[in-house]
Design a protein around this ligand. Sequence first.
Ligand SMILES: Nc1ncnc2c1ncn2[C@@H]1O[C@H](COP(=O)(O)OP(=O)(O)OP(=O)(O)O)[C@@H](O)[C@H]1O
Ligand SMILES: O=P(O)(O)OC[C@H]1O[C@H](OP(=O)(O)OP(=O)(O)O)[C@H](O)[C@@H]1O
Length: 207
Amino acid sequence: MEKLVVALPKGRIMEEAVDLLRQCGFSLPKNGDLSRKLIIEDDESQLTFILAKPSDVPIYVEYGAADLGVVGKDVLLEESRDVYELLDLQIAGCRLSVAGIPGTQTRMIPRIATKFPKVAFDYFRRQGKQVEIIKLNGSIEIAPLIGLSDRIVDIVSTGRTLKENGLVEMEEIMTITSRLIANRMSYRMKHPMITHIVDTLEKIIKK
Ligand SMILES: Nc1ncnc2c1ncn2[C@@H]1O[C@H](COP(=O)(O)OP(=O)(O)OP(=O)(O)O)[C@@H](O)[C@H]1O
Ligand SMILES: O=P(O)(O)OC[C@H]1O[C@H](OP(=O)(O)OP(=O)(O)O)[C@H](O)[C@@H]1O
């Protein structure tokens, strides 16, 4: 039987992704046992799971180090890697939004702090707005509070982080869910196995 490598993102998406894959019949340890081991073999199905940093998943898949991957649409758009997007897994739902301090004006050329510079830049360009993007790596909500930026573009889920920092959501850019992606070559060479996985996942998602 052919072997297949699947890259899973550590962190928020993992629990739901593992749950979905276990429903498909793959043998993955319970989430609590997944914290340290980075490579997991499922001998029965000939699948190898690698646990990667979320933003690295599309890189493993593009280079063919992994045949398949699970990744948030936000990361997929930001990384813009040459991979196939096969399926919306409908897990880890959230949205990408513009937020700021209510009632505040922006500079003539608004400063936008974000972990997603490409997606943010594209969004404002589509609206014909010139902005200055400041790339940060986390705790984005701090930026407007200390005057680093006028607005932020960030993930919102429960809205708690915004609320606790006195910020409000001003525009929703897009809703986000996790996607199944494939390496282009693997998709051709391992087509029967990949379509079988996609079909099985689709049935479970539709339930
Ligand atoms: N509340 C949320 N905040 C951030 N990401 C969320 C949220 N809810 C769902 N997601 C999804 O989970 C992914 C982020 O997962 P996680 O927060 O574990 O990684 P991260 O901290 O962004 O990654 P890294 O370790 O690379 O900094 C996002 O790409 C998004 O698709
Ligand atoms: O709407 P909420 O449910 O509050 O979730 C949104 C928050 O979660 C994420 O941050 P994360 O916890 O990943 O930390 P980070 O700021 O280091 O990215 C995101 O960047 C928001 O700050």
